[in-house]
Every structure is written in C-alpha cells, then in structure tokens.
Design a protein around this ligand. Sequence first.
Ligand SMILES: [Zn+2]
Ligand SMILES: [Zn+2]
Length: 476
Amino acid sequence: MLKKVTALSILAAVLGLGLTVPASYAQVSNETPDFSGKSPADFAAEETMKEVAIGGVPMGRWKEGLLFEGISPQPWLTSAANWLPGTEEVQPDEMRITFMGTAPMLRPGQMNTSIYVELGNGDTFIFDMGEGAVANYLASGIPINRLNDIFLSHLHVDHFGSLPWVYAFGAWSGRWHEPLRITGPSGRTEKDGVSYMVEGMKQMMHWHREAFSVFPVAWEIEVNEFDFADAGGTAYEKNGVKVIHWPASHAKDGASGYRLDWNGLSFCFTGDTRPNTLDIDYCKGVDVMISETQPEVVAISSGVQGVPPFVGRYTIDTHHTPSYAAGYVFDKVQPRIAMTTHMPYDPYINAETIAEIREHWKGPFHFGAPDMVVVNVTKESIWVRDGVIPDYPNVRAPNADASIQKYGGLIVPTPTYQREDIQSQFIRDAEIDPDLYYPEGYKPVLMEHWPTDKPIFIPEELVPESMKSTSKQKSD
Ligand SMILES: [Zn+2]
Ligand SMILES: [Zn+2]
C-alpha cells in the first residue's frame, strides 16, 4: 500500500500535479507511542513482517560484497566482526588460519611473513616464521614452548627471522621434552638447505645457548629437509594431516610452496614465487588459497616508500607475483576463498591490488593482511575477521602437556651449568651485597644457585593449572 502511494507521489511530482498529503503524515507527535492493547489487525501483515524481519542478508534476499555462497560467520563465533584471544575454541571439524606476519617490510602493523594453522584435532602448524611475527603469536595467547612444527618456504630472512628467538626462549620457557621441529627445502648445494641454516643458527647462538644453560633447557632441533625439486613430495604426514610441497620460482633453487590437507579441509600457500603452473596443479580444489602478491605500482610506490622503480620492477619480475597474476592463478585453482599476503597493506595501493586481482578472479577474496586476519574454515562456511590483540600483552605460562602425558607430571631438567662454570669470580665479586639495597624485612629468599643436580619431578596435581592446556581436544 505504502509503495503505491510513494510511486504515485513520484509520478505526481514528475507531472507537476498537486497531491494531497494525508494529515497523519504531516504531524510529528511529541508523545512516546503506546502500542499496548492493539490487535493483530493494527500491525503489518505477517507476510510483510517476515520479509522485514527474516528476509535479509545472508538469508538469501541478495548477495553483496564478500557474501558469496558459503561465506558466512559460523554460529559459535563470539563475534562476527572480531576475534579475541582466548574466547573461542577451534571446533572438532574446523581449521583456523591466522596471519601473524604479512609483509616483507617490517612495521608495527605488519610483521614479516608467518601463517598459523590450527586444526580441530589439536594440531598446530606454522608456515614461515618471519621477524617480529612472534609478538603476534604471544599476544594471541600461545605459550612460547608451543611455537613448534615450523615449515619454512625458503631461507630469505623475512621468512625465518624469528627462529633464533623461538629457539632460545622456547628452550627457556618449557620446551623440555620435545625438539624444535623445523621442516624446509634443500637447495642446490648442501649449504643452501635448511639443515645448514639451522647449524649456522646454532653457531651464531653459541654464547646464548651456553648462557641459557644455567637454566633448565633443551636444545634439540629436529630438522626435516626435503628435496626442493620433488614436486608434490610429502613434507609431513601424521595424525591425519598431510603437507605436500613443490618448487617455487624465486630466483634461486630451494624455495617451496605448501599445501596442508586434513579432514576434508585444505589450504595452500605459494610462499614467495613468480606465478607458475605448479601452484595451479597443487593448489587445485583447495578451500583457502593464499598467494603472495606485489602490487605493480612501482613508480608510485617509489615516491611513497623510497624503493627506486627499477629495483621494484626487477624484484617483482624475478621473484614475485603481480596482482594480475595472482587473480589469474586463483581463477585456475577455483578455491573457496582466495587471499593475498606478503604485501604492503596501504590504502593508496589496496584498491589497485583488488582491481588487478578482479581482472581474472571473480570469486570470494580477502586480503591476508595486515597482521591478525583470522580465517575460520569448515565444510559449510568460511569467515574472515580482524583479530584484536592488546598492545602490551603478557606471555602465557609454558604448556606442560607434553611432559604430563609422557611422565604423569612435569619434569624440570637439570641445568648444564651453575654460574661459576661460565662466569669469572671477579665479576660476581663486584656485585653489590643485597643486604645494602633490600630494606629491612623485605629481603626475599634468594635463589642464587640451582638447588639440585637432579631433575625435578612435579606430580600432575601440583602443576599449576595455567600450565595445562585448556583445550578439550588437547587434554582428552
Ligand atoms: Zn619474502
Ligand atoms: Zn623471498
């Protein structure tokens, strides 16, 4: 009825005809309306009510923006807008992907590349561990000693720069009963493979490893180096999870792309690469495809961020995936959602990047940048949100699950050294006597020596709750 009046009014206006406005339209009431005592006939017809109340997006009235088939928030999310640490558990049939680092250039909102994959079976995986990304992992509430099972796409430092920190502080923070596990490609020579890098890292960290050996620590690293040329080879297979790899074209032998499959869900990550047919072959039919991309506005970018245009041009054309190409590859792969990462997330570039990707790819798309983009993936739907983390979070307690499961309690290993073993006496002689600075009655009981030369067994009931996994999947 209202529609007819409105149409008639417009027609009348167009024709220049006068139209009597109903008196009730012309009056603005100063009173709060009172609907009590009204009968159903006083309200809009049920058909109209349903159209208004339950006929909207994403229930089928129309599609808008990212709301393609199968792109909708899952019912258990505490918010469809934001993810917050510690508020949601990964569901038994769910895969959750978080972008912990998203750019080759470091800046506060974009750490170096790292993608965190959590599965409903409790397994977690890290694809690349770029500089600074560890800050986002810790802010997300992940214990330091759970930063493990790291897959490296290649050995550019923006893809593994956090490793020394993870190695040392994970050892200090409870990674006592399992090695740090690192998987990555070989190279053309022995020196180009991931094993050689790890040996070099150990040497670089000689002082640090000795110094931290006054603590309970474990320094084992398990390296799984696969043949970089073995396209489609298995990098990992355990617990229903399979990770395959293939060569990426990144100006030097020894760069890889990865795909993970579990429980009918999958994601692939191209690593750093020129667009290539292997990505199309091995990502085919994947749920979430993550491609690196470099926007091709090299002249504009040079004015903004200072990289000379010829350096930008040459870097892209020998190492990286232009956004037109990312869209081209997405279209061949037909993922349920396509994402780009390893990109500057800048308002002056983003629209251009999307326009280039849209040249070929018309399906669901979301930036895998800036940091803390969170993707929930199930067979029914996929949803992407911004994760919100505090600026000044504190680290979570080390996780003692591995020790409890193996030994029925937490075993604290014996430090290799006391201070006397690695520090000259004259330096400690110069320390100020604590009695001089602690006020009377405030002096703590000092622990200047590790109290035993035997490992310490703490039975499960005495292990602090904060050191046990709160995840049902992990404790079951
Ligand atoms: Zn890179
Ligand atoms: Zn690279």
